[in-house]
Design a protein around this ligand. Structure first.
Ligand SMILES: N[C@@H](CCC(=O)N[C@@H](CS)C(=O)NCC(=O)O)C(=O)O
Length: 200
């Protein structure tokens, strides 16, 4: 199968980390594309022209990071990226959804900053930044230096915070929680995170 990715997309990074954590790198060919250039090879299989896109061996293209990660978890359940316990599983999915929103907020700010100044909305940027602060505070309740698992909620947290560092370094989320910062310092040292560092 082929995974279409860019070298900076945090959505695609979650999937690439998942592939490594599940030890599936031999099965997945990485294809680096620029989705913003709408390359034919991507648009042909995904009309959204977005990464990540996973092209299955039977020719079915899957888009959306959460859908792709869910597919990997069902097809290759071991090692598991969700806890067995139903309550813990639901909690992990709830946190993963928050991290998806955190990435979306960060991307929205990046896109706003790319507009010419008169078209930018400072109010919208401020609203997104405040949302980011709230999500960071919520994640800090669940992740600290005692958290040693790396399920898909953790993958989401690590990729979302790393993207925040990359794109909005001036918003120093570490100031909000030393505990979350300690967890992130541990997470980014994992082989899967080191191997997928953004290359702007
Ligand atoms: N909801 C999607 C979002 C994917 C997405 O927006 N990817 C960006 C790269 S970070 C992209 O390909 N953008 C190109 C475009 O939207 O034209 C996911 O979770 O995978």
């Amino acid at each position: 199968m082929k995974l279409y990715t860019s070298l900076t997309s945090p959505f695609a990074r979650k999937v690439r980390v998942t592939v490594i954590e599940k030890r599936l790198t031999d099965l997945v060919e990485i294809v680096v594309v620029d989705p913003w250039a709408s390359p034919n090879e991507l648009v042909r299989i995904n009309p959204l022209s977005q990464v990540p896109t996973l092209l299955l061996d039977d020719g079915l293209p899957l888009s959306n990071s959460e859908t792709i990660i869910d597919w990997f978890e069902r097809q290759y359940p071991i090692p598991a990226l969700l806890p067995n316990d139903e309550n813990l599983r639901t909690q992990a999915l709830a946190i993963a959804a928050l991290t998806q929103g955190l990435i979306e907020c960060t991307v929205a700010i990046v896109l706003e900053h790319r507009k010419i100044l008169v078209q930018q909305s400072p109010a919208m940027i401020e609203r997104r930044l405040t949302t980011i602060d709230r999500v960071v505070d919520t994640l800090a309740i669940h992740f600290d230096s005692n958290t040693s698992h790396f399920y898909l909620d953790g993958i989401g947290v690590a990729c979302a915070l790393a993207y925040l560092d990359l794109r909005i370094p001036e918003r120093d989320w570490r100031e909000r929680s030393k505990q979350l910062a300690a967890w992130q310092a541990w997470a980014i040292e994992r082989d899967s995170m080191r191997a997928t560092q953004p290359q702007p």
